[in-house]
Design a protein around this ligand. Structure first.
Ligand code: SAH
Length: 464
């Protein structure tokens, strides 16, 4: 180990920054964040840097560096483009035993700046010892995605109770188990979901009773349209901690694979006109599992609140007082549109977009067709494959031009994506000539013609 990571307390301590440019400013910002008082020395100093120093109790000295500038400082940053000067500062600092950092010159440094993930009071620092700073930054970016932004709040909450828990549980092992439970369970989830008071209340209860929390929780999570890359960070985190997963037919196997390995998986899929498990039964299932104390993941294709019956499921949970959270997902319309190169709105072609269910009831579709006839709007039909001939015919009958461009997207965002484009007059016939696999989405409107220019994603098949 070439460097020992230590965290430096700089609150109200004087730090010398030699240099007044962009690089000095960047370092000064970090130092100011850590509460340091800044002494900036340079013949010229950028305005932002001056302002920054002005905000704290620091000083700007508009002149060249002098050795006397080192007096009283606990850390020195040399950020000038004058190499001999940087070297001189380094030697002088080290002879006085003051930590020194010379920007972009690891050999002259006694301390180096890491790449930082700041979830104060939780801080992660990464360094490559100056050998590959870009690599350190990339690793930092990865860590950023693993640690929810609200982790800091969780740490702050723990701080409030730390002394009390220490008094209550003198044994280190017991305390470890206690805190692991807090940081991985329902209390942490409450904080991540922005329910700070709820988290604090649960922690209070846990401290008071030490009893495990009886109720489980349900996560109603949107899994997006198919490509696993389109999951949200929160979706992935909950997928990896749930005890049981209830999933639909629409959720791609590659996404189910990302759930915790040892989680119980329950298929409750629905096919058109053939509900594998009736909705009431799914609702009841969720309630029962949560009452057993399980963390239940209800994974849905796309977004749970768009034609997903998510509302009904959480109504049932709410009625039973079961905690839940809803994680939005990328809905099929957004996913398919993006991957097919069809912007849903466009200054020149569409000022609004409507998501419509094209599901047929008794062979017909009871929809406000006259409203759909207005130009400059995009219509997106979910569940519209069987009803496609009827949809096209009704739109034309109510005044939408027969030459309006229209597209059908099969299994959007996946490797099997295929896009059929035509017009209201011929799309249905065109689709009929091919073997089409569900799920499919229909987009109607002038925006469809932009696909020729904007398509970038190629599924398994050539575009039609
Ligand atoms: N909650 C989902 C929609 C559920 S309704 C969402 O927000 O996307 C089911 C319908 O969604 C399907 O019939 C189909 O019209 C559409 N759909 C879902 N995933 C799709 C995909 N990858 N490609 C095309 N259509 C899709």
């Amino acid at each position: 180990m070439d460097f020992l990571p230590l965290f430096h307390k700089l609150q109200d301590r004087l730090v010398l920054v030699v240099g007044g440019g962009e690089v000095a400013l960047r370092k000064a910002r970090l130092l100011a964040d850590a509460g340091a008082r800044l002494r900036v020395v340079a013949p010229e100093v950028r305005d932002e840097l001056r302002e920054l120093v002005g905000q704290g109790a620091g000083e700007v000295l508009l002149r060249s560096y002098q050795p006397g500038d080192l007096s009283g400082v606990v850390l020195i940053i040399a950020a000038t483009d004058d190499e001999p000067l940087n070297a001189q500062i380094s030697v002088q600092a080290q002879s006085l035993g003051i930590p020194v950092n010379v920007v972009d010159a690891p050999k002259l440094c006694s301390v180096i700046f890491p790449a930082i993930v700041d979830r104060s009071p939780l801080i992660v620092a990464v360094t490559s010892g100056g050998d590959a700073p870009v690599l350190a930054r990339l690793i930092r970016a990865k860590i950023e995605t693993w640690i929810p932004a609200t982790y800091g709040q969780l740490a702050a909450l723990a701080k409030k109770f730390r002394a009390q828990v220490k008094g209550l549980l003198p044994d280190v092992q017991q305390r470890r188990v206690f805190w692991e439970d807090v940081f991985q369970g329902q209390i942490a989830e409450s904080v991540f979901a922005g329910k700070l008071q709820e988290g604090e209340r649960l922690l209070e209860e846990k401290v008071a009773g030490g009893a495990p929390l009886a109720l489980g929780e349900v996560y109603l999570v949107g899994a997006g349209p198919g490509d696993p890359d389109l999951l949200t960070f929160r979706a992935l985190r909950l997928m990896q901690q749930a005890d049981v997963v209830l999933y639909d037919r629409l959720v791609a196997p590659a996404i189910i694979e990302l759930c915790r390995r040892d989680a119980e998986r329950i298929y409750v899929g629905k096919q058109r006109a053939e509900h594998a498990v009736p909705q009431e039964q799914i609702n009841q299932h969720l309630v029962n599992l949560a009452k057993e104390g399980k963390r239940v993941l209800r994974l849905k294709g796309g977004d749970p609140f768009i034609f997903g019956r998510g509302g009904e499921e959480i109504e049932e949970l709410a009625a039973h007082g079961i905690p839940f959270q809803v994680v939005p997902g990328i809905t099929a319309a957004s996913g398919c549109a993006a991957y097919a190169g069809i912007p849903l709105t466009h200054r020149d072609y569409a000022q609004s977009v409507r998501f419509v269910t094209g599901h047929l009831k008794n062979g017909s579709c009871n929809l406000p067709w006259a409203e759909f006839a207005a130009p400059s709007q995009t219509l997106v039909f979910y569940m519209g494959l069987v009803g496609l001939p009827l949809i096209c015919q009704q739109l034309i009958a109510h005044g939408r031009s027969a030459s309006t461009p229209a597209a059908l997207i099969q299994q959007g965002t996946t490797r099997n994506q295929r896009v059929f484009t035509g017009t209201l007059a011929n799309l249905s016939e065109l689709v009929g000539q091919h073997e089409v696999h569900a799920p499919t989405l229909v987009i109607v409107g002038e925006v469809v013609q932009l696909r020729d220019k904007l398509a970038w994603f190629e599924g398994a098949q050539a575009q039609i």
